[in-house]
Design a protein around this ligand. Structure first.
Ligand code: GLU
Length: 322
């Protein structure tokens, strides 16, 4: 735990921000410097549009049923998406490097780590027999679907909520984590949750469901969008936004990095996470769903949860569409 402040400081340096100013720290007198803002900050005047209209009957948590047992690693059936990955010798996975505990860069080792990173490594292990046979591509929230559509990545494992809207463009695995949206504020704030944020500036990333949920919250917050989650933390630390609202997983990482913040209020949305795939790669979805069945049953899911997020609950149950 002693390394956490250093992690925060190095992340801030890596992002080109000035040293983090604790939210509740006394103001530094005498200076005239204006705190810089992260690049590409946008204050929304209306909710982000969600492109296609999904069918009313859609259950976003229902995925494609596995067929047969998992083939042994290194023996992927000819002609499949997994055989292509095997022939290449590595899985290409889209992850985050900005979300402590889920997908972040360890400043000591330079390696990407976290719950999502470990889950992606299990997919590499299942195909190639080696969790290190993986190439990571770092993606912002907004880049996840375009990266899949362009074929830049085989899979996205990046705090991604399964939604009917997104199912129109990508396929999802069964749910591997149940998150929910909450609110993070400075520890000296008297804000109690999303309902208390009417007219206040609330940060979330562009392309996230969190931003849509903030913009549509009945209390009427002012949604502020940025590229990366760490930009939200820097803006909160500099007093440029009043709160951050996103998944409790992401907020737990912020609270661990910055002791001058706290998570408040109940979960006001359900954010079930799925791994995302290119639309044509249905074989790969079924393969990963078979793998997820095994990881839930053999204790691997629980040990990855324990490593990053603490004592594990029962893993999310698989739901299939027929
Ligand atoms: N789970 C939300 C989403 O998929 C927020 C997480 C994120 O953008 O990293 O949009």
């Amino acid at each position: 735990m002693t390394r956490l402040p250093l992690v925060t400081a190095l992340l801030a340096v890596a992002l080109g921000a000035c040293a983090p100013v604790p939210s509740a720290a006394p103001p530094i007198g005498g200076g005239s410097a204006v705190a810089p803002r992260p690049a590409d900050v946008v204050e929304l005047t209306e909710p982000p549009s969600t492109a296609a209209v999904p069918p009313a009957s859609c259950d976003p948590t229902a995925s494609l049923r596995p067929v047969g047992p998992l083939p042994p690693a290194g023996q992927m059936p000819a002609g499949t998406t997994m055989a292509r990955v095997q022939a290449r010798g590595r899985l290409i996975a889209g992850v985050d490097q900005n979300t402590y505990l889920m997908g972040f860069r360890n400043p000591f080792s330079g390696e990407l780590e976290g719950f999502d990173v470990d889950m992606a490594r299990e997919v590499a292990r299942a195909i190639l027999g080696d969790p290190a046979a993986i190439q990571f591509k770092v993606l912002t929230s907004e880049e996840r679907i375009p990266a899949l559509e362009r074929g830049d990545v085989d899979i996205v494992v990046r705090t991604m909520t399964v939604t009917c809207d997104r199912w129109q463009k990508v396929n999802f695995s069964t749910v591997y984590y149940h998150a929910g949206q909450r609110v993070l504020v400075p520890s000296n704030s008297d804000v109690t949750g999303i309902d208390a944020l009417g007219g206040k500036r609330v940060c979330a990333t562009k392309g996230s469901s969190s931003l849509v949920n903030v913009a549509n919250a009945p209390s009427g917050p002012i949604a502020v969008s940025v590229p990366n989650w760490t930009d939200c933390l820097v803006m909160l630390q500099q007093g440029q936004v009043d709160a951050i609202s996103t998944d409790d997983t992401i907020l737990a990482g912020f609270a661990a990095q910055d002791p001058y913040t706290k998570v408040v209020g109940p979960q006001f949305t359900a954010e079930p996470y799925g791994m995302a795939f290119r639309k044509p790669d249905e074989d790969f979805v079924r393969f990963v769903n078979a793998l997820l069945e095994r990881l839930r049953a053999d204790g691997t899911w629980a040990s990855i949860h324990r490593r990053w997020l603490g004592a594990p609950p029962a893993p999310p149950a698989a739901v299939y569409r027929d």
